[in-house]
Unconditional design. Structure first.
Length: 125
């Protein structure tokens, strides 16, 4: 199938031939307090999501059953190298949140908290 859209990422999916399992101790991830504020049990799924170079360049603010999703602003050099990857990584983390959600919707909200060091992407409701 041909398309005029640029290639962004290739993603393999399907059922593995052998069971997949890792212990939580095998995950090298930032603590929840470094990537979020507020309390929502779905944030642990986002914390465990894979990211390029394990940067976990996302931040979440949980309030009133909603999770506001952000990317951290990076220096210009890292932005050139990881710019698109950071957005893909955040999308993967949001997919992990969706898997832990009974209901899931994602949209931009006018009343989301804004922080100068963060780029607001959208809100999970």
């Amino acid at each position: 199938m041909e398309s005029d859209l640029p290639h962004v990422i290739a993603l393999a999916f399907g059922k593995p031939s052998e069971p997949l399992h890792r212990e939580l101790s095998n995950f090298k991830r930032k603590p929840l307090s470094a990537i979020s504020e507020g309390d929502d049990p779905r944030l642990e799924a986002a914390r465990l999501a894979p990211s390029a170079m394990n940067m976990q360049n996302w931040f979440f603010i949980a309030t009133n059953g909603k999770i506001h999703c952000y990317l951290r602003k990076t220096n210009p050099l890292l932005g050139l190298i990881y710019g698109k990857m950071n957005r893909i990584d955040l999308g993967i983390a949001i997919c992990h949140i969706a898997q832990e959600s009974d209901k899931f919707s994602f949209a931009k909200m006018d009343d989301a908290p804004m922080r100068k060091e963060l780029i607001y992407i959208g809100t999970v409701a």
